[in-house]
Every structure is written in structure tokens, then in C-alpha cells.
Design a protein around this ligand. Structure first.
Ligand SMILES: Nc1ncnc2c1ncn2[C@@H]1O[C@H](COP(=O)(O)OP(=O)(O)O)[C@@H](O)[C@H]1O
Ligand SMILES: [Mg+2]
Length: 589
């Protein structure tokens, strides 16, 4: 109920339109009553009394009633459906906005397809509840009231006999609704599973095909699809059971009425016309009652979807901004980690006791075995994650006290997996900088050593690159992402294995581009290349979430220990001049 009220609250902005539609609905319902009422004069005046003036008037009356009914239905229905669509549009927008703001951590724990399903499938189901259902519910309820009025007006004693059936059907409707809600929830979940599977296999199609797993995936999908079908079939059974059951119950009422009414007409206590008018109203009552039970079924279905939607909407953001958060001014002095700890899951520290002070302009290389916590550490700076202990300070200010926007505006990130939007090269480079003019884009591309291959593309800077920049090589994609970072011109740069996915030829180009990018910036580089490590101002060696060693290359080599072991296992035979090895890929026991 609470859930439904919340859903209905989305109709609030459209209150005026809703009121207008309701007026039309009242008119429609009134015509149902009028149609039942007019039976009496038709039978009694025309057929029994053979009255000429009634013969002229009553057929006209019927036409007028159905004219009003037609007009009313048209406006009521079209206005209500539009309102429903508007409400659903608002829900969809709100969901999308929510998704844009949920933290990186949220996405790390969920399947993309599952999330997508809520915005697409679940919202579509809810659409029914807020447009058609509200419309049907109001119209049919009003119609029911009008017809009940006629029935009572004609003969209240007879009416009571008929109405006795109603509580019985009410109980039935409720019971069916409950089982329907359970099945509906299940079918939404199955649909989400399928969407997730679809998303996963589309984006991982190369792996699927490389491993010859097409048939396996097809079977897996078929199985999921079959399960979906089974749940939908149960929905159909429950749905379709309700009308016949109600109809059958209704037959008892009607049978009783015919017996009772028939004897009244025979004894002359009532006219044939009045009795048939009563009977017509009673028969007409069947439609709204049965429709209302269908409405109830649809509501149950929609509630399952609404619950999933609101659950997503209510996901507390793990990264929150304080109400009094201030804009942080551009980095002037330092980035500091004060006794920082972080745990993805309680009790298991991915980072602990990190103390690190980085001066403006300093280049810090982070090295360590995979799983040491390097990525986790740098993710704390833009608040993709929040430290569970201690604090990250910029110029002495806790990053949790400033606006997320102003914080992230100073930070550039280049990672191993480049994401390019399905858009032009130009827009991909200027992402986040709508104000940038073309010259700026070109000079960023030049600094990133990307200009040359861009102008060779069919439409130069206006070439649309694929969803994942599929038409570009890994090195080219990386250079576009570097151009994007140069455009942003951040004070702090984070490189997380930016070149580790590249072959040594493209790595050289990317390395040159990175040199341009890093000049004059405070840099955290998760290093994979000997020359980067050696040229860093300071090397931080992470192991099992803690800083094991820190210092320059010479100092650390002289000190022995983990760094030296990493170095020797990784760079045996490699001189700094050659470079090119991937330190990040080392596994150290
Ligand atoms: N999203 C996550 N949920 C739970 N644990 C994670 C998550 N990401 C990383 N970890 C764990 O945290 C530790 C540090 O990971 P990470 O920072 O990615 O290491 P690195 O970048 O040094 O390879 C690892 O033990 C890893 O298993
Ligand atoms: Mg990492």
C-alpha cells in the first residue's frame, strides 16, 4: 500500500490534468447508469404501453447517452495514459540520475545487466500500474457505484440478494492477488537475469567465441528464458482464473434474482421494464467487478517491479557530500594520507596504516605485487572509495569535507582499460569540457601524440569511434584517453597501469604522450615500466595493504628487501634505457 502510494505520488505534478480526466470518467460512469435506467421506459412505454412519443424520444436518448460516453472515454483515456507516461518518464529520469551518482563501489558489486533491467523492464511494468490501472480503477469503480445506485434504486431488496455475492468475490480477488505478487516478483527477477546474460555475452563476445562457448551460452540463455516462461505461465493461469471464477460466483446471484424477480413480476408487484432494468444493471455490474479484479492483478505485478525500482532509488550513496561541503581550491601544497585504512569487506583490510605525504609536483611510483592495494589506494584520492579509517587530505583539508565535484575536477585518471564513448573523436577528447574550442582539442591531441592518426581517419576529428573505440588500436585508444586527460588539465594525475595492456611499440608512443601529460603535475603512477619507476621522485612499495618500503630507486636497491626482489625477478637483464617490462604484472610469493 505504502509502495503504491509512493508510486502514485509521481502523478502529483499532473493533478490538474488528473482532475479533468476524472470529470470525464464521472461522465462515462454516469452513462453506464443511464443505459441501465433507460431500459425500463423502453420496455414499459414502448413495448408494453405502445406509447408513440416514447418511440420517437427514447432511441434518440440512447444515441445521446452513447455519444457522451464515447467523448468521455476518449478524453479520459487519452489524458490518463499521457499522465501515466509522464509519471513513468519522471521515474526513469530519476533512476538514471541516481545511477549516475552511485559510487564506483556500487557498480563493482553488481551486474550491469541487472541494473539495466530495472530501468528498462521494471519501469515498463510499472507504466501499466500508473496509467491504465489508475484509469481502469477509477472508471470501473465509478461505474460500479453508478450501477449499484441503479440496482438499489430499482429494488433494494432484490439488490441485497445480488450484493451478497460481492464479499465472496472480494475474498477471492484478494487471494489471487497475493499469489500473483509472488509470481510477478519472480518473473521480474528472471527477466533481469536474462538482461544481465545478454549484456554479459554481448560485451564479452570475443571470449565466448574464442572459447567456442556459443552453444553453452545459447543453452544457458534458453534455460533462463524457459524459467521466465514458466513464471509467466503461472501469472497467466492466475490471471485467467479470476474472471471465470468470478463469473461463476455471479451466476448464483443472477439465478437467485431471476427466481425472486420472476415471482415479483408474475404477482404484479413490479413491471417487466423495472425488472429488466434491474437485471441489465446487474449484468453490467459484472464488467467493472471483473475488470477491477484484473486491475488488482496488474497492481500486484507492478508492485513487484516498483519494489525493485525503489530499492535502487533508495540505495544509500556510499559516497556522500556533507551539507556544508565547500569547494576545494586548486592544489597548492600537498596530498596526504593520514593513517589510512580501507576494507571492502568488514574485517579484511585491503589497506591499513597508510601514512604518506606527497608534495605538489612530486611524482610517486607505486609498486608492489598484484593485490597489494595499489588501485585501492589511488581510488581513495577522487573518493571513488572512502577510507574506512584515517583521512586523505588535500592542502590539509579532508577530502570528505569538500564537494565531490570540485575535488574530482582537479584529478585526472588514466587506466589500463580505456573507455571511449560512442561519439566523435573530438567529443571524446573534450569530454567534460563542452566549452573547449577546436584548437584546444587539436593541441591536446598533438600533446598526446594522437593528432597524426586522428587526421588519417575518414572524418578526422569528426570520426565516430565505436562503443569501446573498437576501430582503434589499444595504443591509439590510450592516447585519446591521454588527450582527454590533458584537456581536463588536472593538478593531480593518477595512472593505473596505463600502458600495461600495450605492446612495446605502442607503449613507446603512449609513454611519450604520458611525459607531456605528467609535466608539472602531482602524479601517482602505478608503475609498470622501469624507466617510470626510476624517474619517479619517490617509490612506494606496497605489500598486503601496507607500505613496506619507500625511497628512491638507488636507496631501495641498496636496502635490499621486497623492492630489490621485485626488481630482480622482473627486470633481470633489462637496462633502464630499454625499459618496457611490466612490473605490475609481477607476482611475488
Ligand atoms: N571490489 C572489491 N571488492 C572486494 N575486494 C576487493 C575489491 N577490489 C579489490 N579487492 C581486494 O583488495 C585488495 C587490493 O586490491 P587492489 O587495490 O586492486 O590491488 P592492486 O591494484 O595492488 O593489484 C586485493 O586483495 C583485492 O582482492
Ligand atoms: Mg590494480
Amino acid at each position: 500500500m505504502e509502495l503504491y502510494l509512493r508510486l502514485l505520488s509521481y502523478l502529483k505534478p499532473y493533478g490538474v490534468r488528473f482532475a479533468v480526466a476524472s470529470l470525464f470518467m464521472v461522465a462515462v460512469s454516469a452513462t453506464a447508469g443511464a443505459a441501465a435506467l433507460i431500459i425500463e421506459p423502453i420496455l414499459d412505454n414502448i413495448f408494453m404501453s405502445k406509447d408513440q412519443s416514447s418511440l420517437a424520444l427514447l432511441p434518440l436518448g440512447v444515441v445521446v447517452i452513447y455519444l457522451v460516453r464515447g467523448i468521455g472515454r476518449y478524453f479520459a483515456s487519452s489524458i490518463m495514459q499521457a499522465i501515466g507516461q509522464l509519471a513513468v518518464r519522471d521515474i526513469r529520469n530519476e533512476l538514471f540520475a541516481k545511477l549516475q551518482r552511485l559510487s564506483v563501489g556500487f557498480y563493482q558489486t553488481r551486474q550491469t545487466g541487472q541494473i539495466m533491467s530495472r530501468v528498462t523492464n521494471d519501469v515498463t511494468v510499472v507504466q501499466d500500474a500508473v496509467s491504465i490501472v489508475v484509469y481502469d480503477f477509477i472508471r470501473e469503480s465509478l461505474t460500479m457505484i453508478a450501477l449499484l445506485g441503479v440496482v438499489l434504486y430499482r429494488d433494494w431488496k432484490m439488490a441485497l440478494v445480488a450484493i451478497l455475492v460481492i464479499p465472496l468475490s472480494g475474498g477471492l480477488i484478494q487471494r489471487l492477488g497475493r499469489s500473483l505478487r509472488v509470481v510477478a516478483k519472480e518473473s521480474q527477477e528472471r527477466m533481469a537475469d536474462m538482461t544481465a546474460m545478454l549484456h554479459e555475452t554481448c560485451s564479452g563476445i570475443r571470449v565466448v567465441q574464442a572459447f567456442g562457448m556459443e552453444d553453452y551460452e545459447i543453452d544457458r540463455f534458453k534455460k533462463g528464458n524457459q524459467e521466465y516462461f514458466e513464471t509467466v505461465r503461472r501469472t497467466i493461469v492466475i490471471n485467467e482464473l479470476s474472471s471465470p471464477l468470478l463469473e461463476f460466483l455471479g451466476a448464483f446471484g443472477i439465478a437467485g434474482i431471476i427466481y425472486y424477480g420472476g415471482s415479483m413480476v408474475m404477482s404484479g408487484e413490479t413491471t417487466v421494464g423495472a425488472f429488466f432494468s434491474f437485471l441489465t444493471a446487474l449484468f453490467m455490474l459484472y464488467a467493472p467487478i471483473s475488470k477491477l479484479s484484473r486491475v488488482n492483478n496488474k497492481i500486484q505485478h507492478a508492485m513487484a517491479a516498483a519494489r525493485r525500482i525503489f530499492e535502487l532509488m533508495d540505495t544509500p550513496p556510499s559516497i556522500t557530500e556533507k551539507p556544508d561541503a565547500v569547494e576545494i581550491s586548486p592544489l597548492k601544497r600537498s596530498v596526504e594520507f593520514i593513517d589510512v585504512g580501507f576494507a571492502y569487506d568488514q574485517g579484511k583490510n585491503a589497506l591499513s596504516g597508510i601514512n604518506l605525504s606527497v608534495k605538489k609536483g612530486e611524482v610517486i611510483a607505486l609498486v608492489g605485487p598484484s593485490g597489494a592495494g595499489k588501485t585501492t589506494l589511488v581510488n581513495l584520492i577522487p573518493r571513488f572509495l572512502d577510507a574506512t579509517r584515517g583521512a586523505v587530505l588535500i592542502d590539509g583539508v579532508d577530502t570528505r569535507d569538500v564537494t565531490v565535484k570540485s575535488l574530482r575536477a582537479q584529478i585526472g585518471i588514466v587506466t589500463q582499460d580505456v573507455f571511449l564513448f560512442h561519439d566523435t573523436v573530438r567529443n571524446n577528447i573534450a569530454y567534460g569540457r563542452n566549452d573547449a574550442d577546436f584548437e584546444q582539442v587539436v593541441s591536446a591531441a598533438k600533446a598526446a601524440y594522437a593528432h597524426e592518426f586522428i587526421v588519417e581517419m575518414p572524418n578526422g576529428y569528426d570520426t565516430v569511434i565505436g562503443e569501446r573505440g573498437a576501430k582503434l588500436s589499444g595504443g591509439q585508444r590510450q592516447r585519446i584517453s591521454i588527450a582527454r586527460a590533458i584537456m581536463k588539465n588536472p593538478a593531480i594525475m593518477i595512472l593505473d597501469e596505463a600502458t600495461s595492456a600495450l605492446d612495446s611499440e605502442s607503449e613507446k608512443m603512449v609513454q611519450k604522450a604520458l611525459t607531456n601529460l605528467l609535466t608539472g603535475r602531482t602524479t601517482f603512477v602505478i608503475a609498470h615500466r622501469l624507466s617510470t619507476i626510476i624517474n619517479a621522485d619517490r617509490i612506494i612499495v606496497l605489500n598486503k595493504g601496507s607500505i613496506a618500503q619507500a625511497g628512491s630507486h638507488e636507496e631501495l636497491m641498496a636496502a635490499g628487501g621486497l623492492y630489490r626482489r621485485l626488481f630482480e625477478s622482473q627486470f633481470a637483464g633489462e637496462t633502464p634505457a630499454q625499459g618496457g617490462a611490466a612490473l605490475s604484472q609481477m607476482e611475488v610469493e
